[in-house]
Ligand binder design. Structure first.
Ligand code: ZN
Length: 441
């Protein structure tokens, strides 16, 4: 393996540009519901830069996140495997990716200069998501407002780091993954973003209680609470403001990557999951269900020689790695669960019939062309409900049997691997915040 890596890297150094491989920019936005992007139907034009990508690339109307929690979702993007097929499993922040080849491995072995810039504590290098990256920037100098132990970095700072890296002269193509955190709660976009869509109507318009827990059933989760703000539509408006602010950061990043590229640029933009905004009585939360408001994410791909189109069929995070590798003329990952979307983007033919999965451990969503299933998992037991597409929404239908490919998925589970130890610096920060017993020394 070591020898193979070295020889691939050497050939990449000498011929990376000659081979004509494109540069690749992967942007993942935390907690971005598809329907808060204007080109996915959001009424206010808060996302001109993402919409600009959609206008010159391919927009997938029904892209499903492999999980509605951050770390497992990103592990599926990087490995093209569903949650029960990788070692992060459905735990968020306590487990790590181990022993599975990633998208970044493939790019690095092909001679690419690889870098990642992340902004959420569960994506730190201890998660194993640093695998395949020559440079992994997970410095998180801030804390969430109501959960000081949740370290993070605002998008502007993450983008500044990524831009500086992109500006370095290099002889090889680059693969850069940038994760932007800002739409994740609490929703504090600041000016001018907070007034772009001051309120977004929700089912409930009354003042909501602030809950002592983070689940968000029937009220404002503790971690989301903003001083003096109680009405749901205002929270949703501030969320739209965070999306708008992030859109501007996306623009800066795309501009920097376009200045840096010399051999053509592939851009893929998606989110790790969505967010509940009063669906089934859940507010401002994710990672609890696999239903559409949490599982459906934007997915836009721009690449040289790709036509502009919108694709209606269901696609998944696990399709991203096969697609990006094919766009760079590289071999697929071994044991991938996704498919390359390149032929469908190029030729516009219909996607194959299949169900794609969104798995949060205790609940699995399986999405197909006609609707979706939610499958609740209780130890060895299962309980499911089928929803059929009905106009723009879905309605419950009786369905006595699960499809056999979902049964096969449920029958397997890779053993999760614990995350690596926290850095001394992070432990020290936690101690200073009072979260761990003080060091006896
Ligand atoms: Zn997330």
């Amino acid at each position: 393996m070591g020898l193979l890596v070295v020889s691939a890297a050497l050939s990449g150094c000498s011929s990376g540009r000659d081979a004509g491989r494109p540069d690749v920019l992967l942007i993942t936005i935390d907690t971005l519901r598809a329907d808060f992007v204007h080109s996915y139907g959001f009424a206010v034009e808060t996302t001109p830069r993402i919409d600009g990508l959609a206008q010159r690339g391919v927009l997938f109307e029904m892209a499903i996140a492999a999980s509605t929690a951050t770390a497992p979702s990103h592990a599926s993007i990087m490995t093209s495997r569903y949650v029960r097929e990788h070692t992060v499993g459905s735990l968020n922040g306590a487990t790590r990716l181990e022993g599975i080849e990633t998208l970044a491995d493939s790019f690095r072995e092909a001679g690419y200069d690889t870098a990642a810039f992340v902004s959420n504590v569960v994506l730190k290098a201890r998660s194993g998501l640093d695998r395949g990256f020559d440079h992994y920037d997970d410095e998180l100098p801030e804390s969430e407002a109501n959960r000081l132990m949740y370290f993070e970095r605002v998008g502007a700072d993450t983008v500044a780091r990524a831009r500086a890296w992109l500006e370095k002269p290099r002889e090889t193509p680059f693969f850069v993954w940038v994760h932007l955190q800002d739409p994740h709660g609490p929703y504090t976009p600041g000016e001018p973003w907070s007034e772009l869509a001051p309120e977004v109507p929700l089912r409930t318009d009354r003042a909501l209680p602030v809950l002592s827990v983070n689940r968000g059933r029937g009220g404002i989760p503790h971690y989301q609470a903003l001083p003096g703000v109680r009405r749901g539509p205002r929270y949703a408006g501030l969320y739209a403001g965070e999306v708008a602010r992030t859109d501007a950061q996306v623009g800066e990043l795309v501009d920097a990557a376009e200045r840096a590229t010399t051999s053509g640029l592939v851009i893929a933009l998606t989110a790790d999951h969505g967010e509940s905004l009063d669906e089934d009585g859940f507010f401002f939360q994710h990672g609890h269900t696999a239903s559409p408001e949490q599982a459906q994410v934007p997915l836009v791909i721009v690449a040289p020689q790709l036509p502009t189109r919108r694709i209606a069929g269901v696609v998944s995070h696990v399709d991203l790695a096969p697609t990006l590798l094919e766009l760079a003329s590289l071999d697929p990952l071994p044991h991938q669960s996704g498919i390359s979307l390149v032929p469908f983007m190029r030729e516009g033919r219909p996607l194959p019939p299949r169900a794609v999965l969104s798995d949060v451990g205790h609940e699995i969503g399986a999405y197909d062309a006609e609707g979706y299933w939610t499958i609740k998992v209780f130890g060895e037991g299962l309980d499911w409900q089928r929803y059929q597409r009905d106009g723009r929404g879905f309605r419950k239908v009786d369905e006595p049997k699960l499809p056999s490919d979902i049964d096969r998925y449920l029958a397997r589970e890779v053993e999760p691997v614990p995350a690596r130890a926290m850095s001394d610096q992070d432990l020290e920060r936690l101690r200073a915040l009072g979260y761990l017993p003080p060091d006896p020394n």
